[in-house]
Design a protein around this ligand. Sequence first.
Ligand SMILES: Nc1ncnc2c1ncn2[C@@H]1O[C@H](COP(=O)(O)OP(=O)(O)O)[C@@H](O)[C@H]1O
Ligand SMILES: [Mg+2]
Length: 285
Amino acid sequence: MIDQAKQLREKMLQKSSKKPSRQTRVIAVTSGKGGVGKSNFALNFALSLTEQKKKVLIFDVDLGFANIDVLLGRSPEESIATLLDKDLSIWDIIEEGPKGLQFISGGTGFDEMFRLDETKMNKFFHEMSQLQGSVDYIILDTGAGLSYENMRFILAADDVILVTTPEPTSITDAYSVVKMVQAKDPNVHMALVVNQCTSDNEARATAENFKHVTAKFLNKEIGLLGSIPHDAIVPSAVKRQVPFVLAYPNSQAAHAMKKLAHGYLKLPVPYKLGLKGFLLKILFK
Ligand SMILES: Nc1ncnc2c1ncn2[C@@H]1O[C@H](COP(=O)(O)OP(=O)(O)O)[C@@H](O)[C@H]1O
Ligand SMILES: [Mg+2]
């Protein structure tokens, strides 16, 4: 385990030394309602970014229903919780997934991270900071809804991807998230993903409607990042515990995801604070 961690650390440092100016952006994937497809989106989006030569780490911060490990068919022994409890380094708790995707599990008891004592807080900050410059993106798979913890993650990220389905219940819950975020910080950059749509038209109509309502009532412009069709291969991939972009690369859902990731990389999204700014905000604010 220790040797493996050392190798991983050296590999990541080598990669990062080629590009010393690499900025590490933190993207929070969230939703109002649960079960809309956030975790599947976060994981397959992350993999699609790695296919476009980006270094990506997915960090499972869904405190109640962490399941990125299940979607990957893995059961990691270490997590942020064990990093703090045992004397481990960040390199000991990173799992290597398919296509070089890195993955960190929150672990049980991770919710305590907002109530850590000073020593543990400093340790968490120090260990997480080492990832700065070693990956291009850290993708947070957050929980759903308006919990205190979720808001902290959302408000600290460089960029927020809000996932909804076309169902009115999912849309109104997504609206509630935007409302709460706006009340706390009107500068959070957010984009919408419509998942499980039955046609491009339905996705566009959902997004237009959402954009109109948030602009009118919350003074917030939220553009459509892209849409993923409802596709029976998604639950099949979940059952196989293989991410759908790998299990069914020629499916409609996989094509849509690749297109969306490609579009994301072309967007001129402002880099705000990066990883260190994120850590300072979740820990000390
Ligand atoms: N595009 C899609 N097409 C069909 N089913 C989907 C799609 N996206 C997600 N699902 C299904 O929705 C369920 C919830 O997905 P999940 O990613 O766990 O949601 P969340 O993380 O928001 O709770 C899963 O059973 C998954 O198979
Ligand atoms: Mg989930």
